[in-house]
Design a protein around this ligand. Structure first.
Ligand SMILES: [Zn+2]
Length: 81
């Protein structure tokens, strides 16, 4: 992955269930936020060794406020970034 995009991904906020409507769902993979949050390590105060831990959970674009899972960022190339 391009280093600039990678840095951008990890600079995005990690959202918790308090930040989103858990009944809503990711517009990319259509998994509901509740499932995504349950799948991801919510307490990220444990040691994050780089990539795997950070590329999970939910994030939000600061510009348009679209919420989706962070793994989409990690697995897709976004031409508009
Ligand atoms: Zn998704």
């Amino acid at each position: 992955m391009d280093e600039g995009i990678s840095r951008l991904i990890y600079s995005l906020p990690t959202l918790t269930k308090d930040d989103v409507d858990i009944h809503d769902f990711c517009p990319i993979c259509f998994v509901d936020f509740k499932t995504i949050l349950e799948d991801s390590p919510s307490d990220s105060d444990t040691s994050i060794d780089g990539s795997e831990g950070a590329a999970s959970g939910l994030t939000k674009l600061s510009g348009c406020s679209h919420v989706f899972c962070r793994k989409e960022y990690a697995s897709f190339s976004f031409p508009f970034l």
